[in-house]
Design a protein around this ligand. Structure first.
Ligand SMILES: NC(=O)c1ccc[n+]([C@@H]2O[C@H](COP(=O)([O-])OP(=O)(O)OC[C@H]3O[C@@H](n4cnc5c(N)ncnc54)[C@H](OP(=O)(O)O)[C@@H]3O)[C@@H](O)[C@H]2O)c1
Length: 244
């Protein structure tokens, strides 16, 4: 199997890439600014020559279609839409420019990658990485959450429209790794407010993707990796005192 993972030089994407490389699959590591990290990652994989690194700023015109077209001779079996930019912007500051930027990387680009993968590669699996915030209004991360909700809807629509040649599924994690500059302890306090209080790991995400890929009846499925946090509203999480 050959698997393309966007934004996979570091963090969650790198863990997914390592998991599949160590299972013997060919991995296409896409990166934008983290070229050195991508090179070090691929060099550390078993059998480095079977893997590939593709660099692209996906916000540039036609970058998503160029990325998929560059693989058309030996197309991937799986596209994982992982690249993202997380932001917290109060609704009062969500200007059209802020909305456009959040929707570009978190919805328009992954959707365009899905569309090109469908039109060019003809069959395969698509996995979109969403967020637990898709289930409730979350004013604090408005534009990011709106875009992830749109990607959730695109996942479900494509699961119907592109079957049976494609299966389209998603995973929706909560609080896996803090953004740069946010201490892990702060994230862990939020995890403690979740029903089962376990912080999902990048390996959990890789394993969930493996489960989706190996279970051919799964289509239009969203697996929540959130310790039940997606069942609570953000207000309830903020108000809940962590239980001992
Ligand atoms: N972290 C969490 O706790 C968490 C929670 C819920 C959901 N998620 C979701 O899980 C996924 C991975 O999360 P993460 O925190 O590991 O992601 P991240 O570190 O914020 O971003 C992943 C990669 O996206 C790439 N990227 C950003 N802008 C790009 C652009 N214009 N063109 C191409 N690539 C671009 C970056 O690549 P370069 O470094 O090469 O520039 C970056 O390394 C995301 O979809 C996120 O929404 C994460």
């Amino acid at each position: 199997m050959k698997i393309l993972i966007t934004g996979s030089a570091k963090r969650i994407g790198a863990a997914i890439a390592r998991y599949f490389a160590e299972k013997g699959h060919a991995v296409v590591v896409h990166c934008n600014t983290s070229v050195k990290e991508a090179e070090a990652l691929v060099a550390s994989f078993p059998n480095p020559p079977i893997h590939k690194i593709l660099q692209a700023d996906l916000t540039l015109p036609d970058a998503p279609s160029k990325l998929i077209k560059s693989l058309r001779k030996n197309p991937p079996d799986v596209l994982v839409n992982n690249a993202s930019v997380y932001s917290r912007v109060p609704l009062k500051d969500a200007t059209p420019t802020v909305m456009k930027d959040a929707f570009a990387i978190n919805f328009m680009i992954p959707f365009e990658l899905m569309r090109c993968f469908h039109n060019i590669c003809k069959k395969g699996n698509i996995i979109n990485i969403l967020d637990h915030r898709i289930d409730h209004p979350d004013p604090a991360s408005g534009p990011y959450a709106f875009a992830k909700k749109s990607l959730r809807d695109a996942t479900l629509a494509a699961a119907i429209d592109w079957a049976p040649d494609f299966r389209v599924n998603a995973v929706a994690p909560a609080f896996v790794l803090p953004p740069d500059g946010v201490p892990l302890e702060k994230m862990d306090r939020l995890v403690q407010a979740s029903p089962s209080k376990v912080r999902p790991t990048p390996l959990d995400i890789a394993r969930a993707i493996d489960y989706i890929l190996s279970t051919s009846c799964l289509n239009g499925q969203i697996i929540h990796l959130s310790s039940g946090l997606h069942l609570l509203s953000p207000e309830a999480v903020a108000q809940e005192k962590p239980k001992a």
